[in-house]
Design a protein around this ligand. Structure first.
Ligand code: SF4
Length: 396
């Protein structure tokens, strides 16, 4: 029996596919070269934008034709679309995907694929290491908290053990992965009752009883790191310790993605500054340069706080390159609000930006309570302005 995995979306999905591959190998199957010689096709889906979902529907349709022409094939769909389908309590999204893809044999939640088997890695030099999954932030435009659920951190020891194993195997470059990589560890430190659904409900450093965290070498106690934004303390995190411990293993390069501006502590900046093998290209999604838009997005920093963080990074880290994510045409974005983003972009001087036109995603707060009221032509025009300014691409 042979299996073939088609992966859509981000690095986290690609890392998940390496674990899926391990699970199928453990069942005694071999990897197929393509769809035609596969007995099982596993589609690892993304739904960050509608276009990503549509590509999945298109692929399943094509596979359905192979099946109706007599090919023996099992189609398994997993990833973000399935995550959302099983988390949507109304059951409507599950009905929709079942109706739209009748040829699918199984909808498999990604949680069913554990970390028990070592991932099947295609690359011999670069390795992705997932450190957390899910997100508690609920940015109003983002479907991730619904597709992947609340943030769960992998055990510190397991991550260290996996990285040490990769070092022994000769891997040169490591990328630590999580939706909000620099909030790693909050759930390891706080009882689950303290982890809020919405970050804004968190109170101050003294409000939760924090037990110090004993590190993987069983020698040091960590004091969790707090960051303060908009006058409130964020969750405690262990990411600076984890990153430094991985960096000290001696990899050529240690990368991490994706970090959130409001969990970027001074301690984290210091760890990067003193470990030369940690990436100098930092991805710091800003999404908008306007405070009112950031509020509507439920992003818990202001334009000035972001700029202060950038200034601090530039001051302490030599040869720094900054990349970012920006959404144009978010609900109600006025010309003035967009111009504040343009001004911020000019001020920061990003090396690269992933710019997207806002598109409404199921279950998100923006879809439920805000209006997707910016015409497509305006979104396209704003996208082009930022592309010209940062990436110098032309819209076709
Ligand atoms: S931080 Fe916001 S944008 Fe990033 S995954 Fe979480 S909800 Fe989505």
């Amino acid at each position: 029996m042979k299996y073939f995995i088609k992966t859509f979306g981000c690095q986290q999905n690609k890392a998940d596919s390496e674990r899926i591959s391990a699970a199928f190998k453990a069942r005694g199957m071999k990897q197929a070269r393509g769809y035609s010689d596969a007995d099982y096709v596993i589609i690892n889906t993304c739904m960050i934008r509608e276009s990503a979902e549509n590509r999945v529907y298109g692929l399943v349709n094509n596979l359905a034709k192979l099946k109706s022409n007599g090919k023996q094939l099992k189609i398994i769909v997993t990833g973000c679309m399935v995550g959302l389908a099983f988390r949507d309590k109304t059951g409507k999204y599950l009905q929709k995907v079942r109706r739209s893809m009748p040829a699918v044999d199984e909808f498999m939640p990604i949680e069913e694929v554990g970390f028990d088997n070592p991932p099947v890695r295609q690359d011999r030099e670069n390795a992705w290491v997932p450190i957390s999954n899910g997100c508690n932030n609920f940015c109003t435009f983002c479907v991730v908290p619904f597709t992947r659920g609340r943030e769960i951190s992998r055990s510190f020891k397991d991550i260290i053990a996996e990285c040490l194993h990769l070092k022994l195997k000769g891997y040169k470059n490591i990328t630590l992965l999580g939706q909000n990589v620099n909030s790693y560890g909050a759930d390891l430190l706080l009882p689950s009752s303290v982890i809020p659904n919405k970050v804004r409900d968190l109170a101050t450093e003294g409000s939760a009883k924090i037990t110090y965290f004993q590190n993987a070498k069983l020698s040091t106690n960590f004091k969790p790191v707090y960051v303060k934004h908009l006058g409130r303390y964020r969750i405690p995190t262990l990411f600076p310790y984890l990153l430094e411990e991985v960096a000290e293993m001696g990899f050529k390069k240690v990368d991490f993605i994706s970090s959130n501006p409001w969990d970027f502590s001074d301690q984290l900046i210091d760890v990067i500054a003193r470990n030369k093998n940690i990436t100098r290209t930092i991805h710091l999604p800003v999404q908008s340069g306007d405070d009112k838009v950031l509020r509507r997005m439920n992003r818990w920093y202001t334009r000035n706080e972001y700029l202060k963080l950038v200034a601090n990074l530039k001051l302490k880290i030599k040869n720094l390159e900054l990349t970012t994510d920006i959404i144009v045409g978010f609900c109600g974005e006025s010309d003035e609000e967009f111009n504040n983003t343009v001004k911020l972009v000019n001020e920061v001087g990003f090396n690269k930006a992933y710019i997207s036109m806002y598109s409404s995603r199921p279950m998100t707060a923006a879809t439920k309570v805000l209006k997707d009221d910016i015409p497509h032509e305006v979104k396209k025009h704003r996208w082009q302005i930022l592309e010209n300014s940062i990436n110098k691409y032309q819209y076709n």
